[in-house]
Design a protein around this ligand. Structure first.
Ligand code: GTP
Length: 392
């Protein structure tokens, strides 16, 4: 699937940078256009793979290149004011060559959280291609303001995009890790998962022909209908036969082809289960999901139609949806077989409800403190008997 990606804000820019690195390393050619947008100059300068001419600094007259300081209303305002600059940077994108737009943003901050949905709205007005967002939720220990930002941005992104793919930092936090080291690993995880998903719709040059290849239209159809999506992933290493080792993935059966086929089928279906019931990018209840897509990736001899078909049927039972697509993504030189599961139209998600609850509490607290602020300051500054007077 060919995407025009817009990384908005610090998290958005860093993840976009990683997508470009992924593309170079895998030759997957998913990112047809890359644009980094930010209100902070330093964040744009820190990017390594986004070409300099594709970096847009917005809100300069308001925040002087220093960011909006987690104020996402301000983030939305400056995006609206400077939208012409962002849209004209998209002018060079050959729209007929891209299948969709993808806006990437951390929803807990200010710039991407507020500006991302604004860009989505304008892209949707101009282009006929779908506009998706990859929104990152802050971890629950980040505090009230980030949670409030995320809850409001989440609502806005869902309204303004054709689908919001969510990645929850909370689900991927490792205790004891530095923030920076942690984010690097998390960003790699994001790019590996979504890279495989979006790469599935792109047949490699001179690559293997899949038994039932996943086309970008199947990704688009799974995402169509809007709402919120989550992605599951599981993989198993294969030991190369040319090193003289038997494949762990195919089992130790060796000579017996039919036994191998049965084992391959079983392993494929087991990977589908692990991907669906394991760690999702947004934890949610699988039952009740509206649409699903299963992609099996790896060297084609390790993929089989029967396994994918069984996995797909199993997903239908788990979700209760009859709209589950499936196919393979042959990767000749991959060292593992992977299963990627896209669940679209999730509705039962305790994490979002909990986030909204904390956001409401934070909002009430902020309003209360603001209301009392003048009175409390007055109490502090004045002596009570009006005996003291200011100088002038
Ligand atoms: N996964 C991931 N999340 C990040 C990263 N950096 C920041 N975040 C998350 O994104 C939120 C903050 O968003 P940023 O992108 O830093 O903020 P911004 O859009 O640049 O906005 P301002 O800094 O307020 O101008 C944080 O609450 C984190 O949850 C990153 O590199 N990876």
């Amino acid at each position: 699937m060919k995407l025009a990606m817009i990384g908005y804000g610090q998290a958005g820019g860093k993840i976009l940078d990683k997508f470009l690195e992924y593309d170079q390393r895998h030759g997957s050619n998913i990112v047809r256009a890359a644009l980094a947008v930010n209100t902070a100059k330093a964040d744009l300068m820190g990017l390594q793979h986004v070409p300099e001419e594709n970096r847009v600094l917005v809100g300069q007259s308001r925040v002087k290149g220093h960011g909006v300081g987690a104020d996402n209303e301000l983030g939305a305002e400056v995006a609206e004011e400077d939208i012409d600059e962002v849209m004209s940077a998209m002018d060079d994108v050959p729209a007929h060559e891209v299948d969709a737009f993808l806006i990437i943003a951390g929803m807990g901050g200010g710039s991407g959280s507020g500006g991302g949905p604004v860009v989505a709205r304008h892209l949707k007005r101009i282009y006929t291609e779908p506009v998706y967002a990859l929104g990152v939720l802050p971890s629950s220990d980040e505090g009230g303001i980030y949670t409030l930002n995320a809850a409001r941005s989440f609502q806005t992104f869902v309204r303004e995009t054709d689908n919001l793919l969510v990645f929850d930092n909370d689900n991927w936090r490792n205790a004891g890790e530095s923030m920076q080291g942690g984010y690097d690993a998390i960003n790699q995880e994001i790019v590996d998962r979504f890279g495989l998903l979006f790469g599935a719709g792109e047949v490699e040059h001179g690559g293997e022909v899949a038994e039932s290849v996943v086309d970008s239209s199947e990704i688009i159809n799974t995402l169509s209908g809007g709402g919120v999506s989550t992605v599951g992933y599981a993989s198993e290493t294969i030991e190369r036969e040319d090193t003289g080792l038997l494949s762990r993935f195919r089992g130790n059966g060796g000579g017996d082809d039919s036994l191998d086929a049965a084992q391959t089928t079983n392993r494929v279906t087991s990977l589908v289960r692990k991907a669906t019931l394991g760690r999702l990018t947004l934890p949610c209840e699988v039952n009740g999901v509206e649409r699903g897509l299963l992609v099996m990736a790896g060297p084609s001899k390790y993929l089989n139609r029967k396994g994918i078909e069984r996995g797909r049927k199993w997903m239908e039972e788990q979700t209760g949806s009859m709209e589950v697509r499936g196919g393979d993504y042959p990767l000749r030189s991959a060292g593992e077989v992977s299963s990627i599961v896209l669940l679209s139209g999730v509705t039962d998600c305790a994490r979002i409800k909990q986030l909204q609850q904390v956001a409401i509490e934070a909002q009430d607290n902020i309003d209360e403190i603001r209301d009392e602020s003048d009175h409390n300051l007055d109490n502090l500054v004045n002596d009570g008997q009006d005996e003291l007077e200011p100088l002038f």
